[in-house]
Design a protein around this ligand. Structure first.
Ligand code: ATP
Length: 301
């Protein structure tokens, strides 16, 4: 298994940086897909990149993986420049690309065993197949798998080499809710072993559940980085308290929901407050507010 890094993200500077990016740019002709990104990902951290379609997430991730060249900027991944990868470095990272694996005529078992030979210290292939929930499909040809099952196979191939750093580009697209939850548990167990994970996702719930920190990319710029609980001022954003009174729905937005509930409680003389709900803005509320208000905001340092 992976070398265990103690402490996790809170101990980031102690564990060191798995990824360090300064002034990253990537242009395709006149299109600035990545327009100057600075980013640090600590060892042992799960970092989620969020952003609308075309924001530059995949471009960024593929540059970090060594699959795309860059126009400008400094990039260090596990101590190496990914533009000059060596074979040993490649075995230390795991990659789950957006596109599905293309080994149509092989069985799941054959594909996993073939990839198994590429790594110096791989995980047990059977354990990996079980971990991604493909035990029943072990002998099935890849072309007969459903979209979600193919995605599971992609994840299996990404973790097979027991990577120190795992890149997951929209890993759970096409997963049913149960498969998504199983995947989340798998990611949590990899994190517990010390694996650093950079993932992109359009599922805010996924980012909230898995990520220590999230970064929001819009129009090629990183507009904010924070924890899921505090991103975009979420921790101090106004809360909505709602209830039913005299048969009418009532609600107030407040910065002091506890005081509001206490006042309501005395108004209802300590009895049940009908249909009481205290709602903080969800990560999705905050995220949507951020990307609709300003994609051209000053990037964070
Ligand atoms: P999605 O959420 O849809 O996967 P993304 O945030 O990953 O989007 P990218 O795939 O990084 O976005 O694309 C960023 C921008 O760069 C887009 O405008 C896209 O059209 C452009 N782009 C990406 N790859 C190329 C390419 N090979 N040639 C030209 N333009 C490209």
């Amino acid at each position: 298994m992976t070398e265990t890094v103690t402490g996790g993200p809170a101990a980031g500077p102690v564990g060191g940086l798995a990824i360090e990016v300064r002034g990253l740019r990537k242009s395709y002709g006149a299109v600035d897909a990545v327009a100057g990104i600075d980013l640090d990902v600590h060892r042992g951290e799960v970092f989620a990149l969020l952003g609308p379609n075309g924001a530059g997430k995949t471009t960024t991730v593929e540059i970090l993986e060594g699959y795309r060249d860059r126009t400008a900027g400094e990039v260090t991944v596990l101590g190496h420049d990914p533009a000059r990868p060596d074979a040993r470095w490649r075995t230390r990272i795991g990659i789950v690309l957006q596109s599905t694996s293309d080994q149509a005529d092989l069985s799941v078992d054959e594909v996993v065993r073939q990839f198994h030979t590429y790594y110096p210290a791989p995980r047990d292939p059977d354990a990996v197949i079980d971990a991604v929930g493909l035990t029943e499909k072990r002998s099935a040809r890849v072309r007969t798998l459903s979209g979600g099952q193919r995605r599971r196979l992609d994840v299996a191939l990404g973790i097979l080499g027991d990577p120190e750093l795992l890149f997951l580009d929209e890993p759970t697209t096409g997963f049913d809710p149960e498969a998504r939850r199983q995947f989340w548990e798998l990611i949590e167990s990899l994190k517990a072993e010390g694996t650093t994970i950079l993932l992109t996702t359009h599922y805010l719930e996924e980012a909230e559940r898995l990520a220590d920190r999230v970064g929001v990319i819009a129009a090629g710029r990183l507009i904010e980085v924070g924890t899921p609980a505090t991103l975009g001022g979420r921790a101090v954003a106004a809360t909505t308290v709602s209830w039913l009174e005299d048969g009418e729905p009532r609600s107030v937005r407040t910065d002091s929901p506890t005081r509001t509930v206490r006042e309501l409680s005395s108004r209802f003389e300590g009895g049940e407050i009908p249909e009481l709900a205290v709602l903080r803005p969800s990560l999705e509320d905050i995220y949507l507010r951020m990307i609709t208000t300003d994609a051209t905001a000053e990037p964070v340092a």
